[in-house]
Write a protein that binds this ligand. Structure first.
Ligand code: HEC
Length: 125
């Protein structure tokens, strides 16, 4: 009988620790906060597409390309990516479709989000 009354308490404790672990993962999760990534100039900050692109970058791309696009698992983008893709449409296609380890983003991001993050990598990083 006594063990019967203790079991629910132990279950509650187990559920609580799972919740704590899950909350911890949600905070890290491989994404960074917008405050951690390169800021927009005053002029760029008036462009909603770049504001959105910065958020998309912080949430999805930094774990491989670095907070400031200096590279990591993925190649350095800062200062180089616009030269690698003279036609912006080619860069949009690569981000949408992926390549090797680079994930395809077309099912997770809208076409507008992909356009915006591509502009951020070309114009801000
Ligand atoms: C899981 C790691 C990973 C994530 C997350 C990731 N990338 Fe990549 N990315 C890569 C790798 C690896 C390559 C190199 C692909 C190749 O050439 O084989 C790459 C290549 C690229 C390139 C081409 C660079 C060049 O000059 O050839 C661009 C642009 C790019 N990524 C943008 C992004 C954007 C934007 C995001 C976020 C929406 C992102 N990546 C998220 C790993 C990642």
């Amino acid at each position: 009988m006594s063990s019967g009354t203790r079991r629910p308490a132990r279950l509650a404790l187990a559920l609580l620790s799972i919740a704590v672990v899950a909350a911890g993962c949600g905070g890290g999760g491989g994404s960074s906060s917008t405050a951690d990534v390169p800021q927009l100039s005053a002029k760029q900050a008036k462009d909603p597409a770049l504001v959105q692109g910065r958020k998309v970058w912080a949430a999805n791309c930094t774990r491989c390309h670095g907070l400031d696009g200096q590279g990591g698992v993925g190649p350095k983008l800062a200062g180089e990516v616009a030269g690698d893709f003279p036609a912006v449409a080619d860069q949009i296609a690569l981000v949408a479709n992926g390549k090797g380890i680079m994930p395809a983003w077309k099912s997770d991001l809208t076409p507008a989000q992909i356009r915006d993050v591509v502009r951020y990598t070309r114009e801000v990083l």
